[in-house]
Design a protein around this ligand. Sequence first.
Ligand code: GLV
Ligand code: MG
Length: 356
Amino acid sequence: MRSPKDFFRPLALGAPDPVREIPFRPSRMIHFLDPSNPKMVAKVPDLVPQVDVLLGNLEDAIAADRKEAARAGLVAVARDTDLGDTQLWTRVNSLDSPWVLDDLITLVTEIGDKLDVIMVPKVEGPEDIHYVDRLLAQLEARAGLRRPLLVHAILETATGVARVEEIAMASPRMQGISLGPADLAASRRMKTTRVGGGHPGYLVRTDPVGADLTQGRTTYQQDPWHYTVARMVDACAAAGILPYYGPFGDIKDTVACEDQFRSAYLLGCVGAWSLHPAQIAIARRVFSPDPAEVAWARRVIAAMGDGTGAVMLDGKMQDDATVKQCRVVAELADALAARDPDLLHAYEAATKEALA
Ligand code: GLV
Ligand code: MG
């Protein structure tokens, strides 16, 4: 058995010390960029101020003959772009692919100081994270990095879901986990060809109202991702890392995208992927608490004083537990407002009105 102390020793001589806490940095949208596409790369300076995370994608959606161009394109983007406080992430190729070793060697050696998080696809268990963990330490030492790179796993195989707690706790580098509904559907042999979202066939129906079983019975579409998102959120919360909804593939259906993102937000996710600029504003709206909710949370916190006992506010009972719920919302609002002046104003105005 490994001593807990070993987790906080670097895995290679000269590598930076592992982090002890995963810092909460706003990451409401992880915006996917194809760095092999010069047209998209040309838009990067306009995109950067709009997104919390820019991710250079090297894996799926990049054709085999574009893999090297994508890797080189990401190196150039990292070198040539002023990212301000927008994070730069990458999704490398899967660990069984012929590209991942060069992805990691090139990126850590050339732009390791610019990258924040490395997203690893198709993670099946802690051994996948351990492999990346050691390799990153060796490369960090070689590159002379001062700050350890963090690792993000995509939950997109049935085995990965069955072992999600082990994955979440595999290394102090673990920053978070995203749901990968497309690969996960294939891995589980689910019969949907959609990328995330609901399916009209996945439903419940009200009871029969007469002899005719087909009449007068309302159906409600259900969320096939509920179980996985909830499990992922628990695993991440237990490990002190961050959960994310992944991609929503129907770009035109902005309404269903917003619904899916909001369900994930309410269950505990902090962000989602944006695959198209149209999804950036959706993620910003959904993953930033509503000003009225923030104002309410601050009212409860103020009314609860030292956080113990019970008070009634607008006919609703408040106690030690509800003040903790309200702190979750208020702390998230503070962290986001520090980056987003529009939100700061909206939260201040709503709070002023609620406390008046
Ligand atoms: C994302 O990578 C997915 O497979 O949904
Ligand atoms: Mg995938």
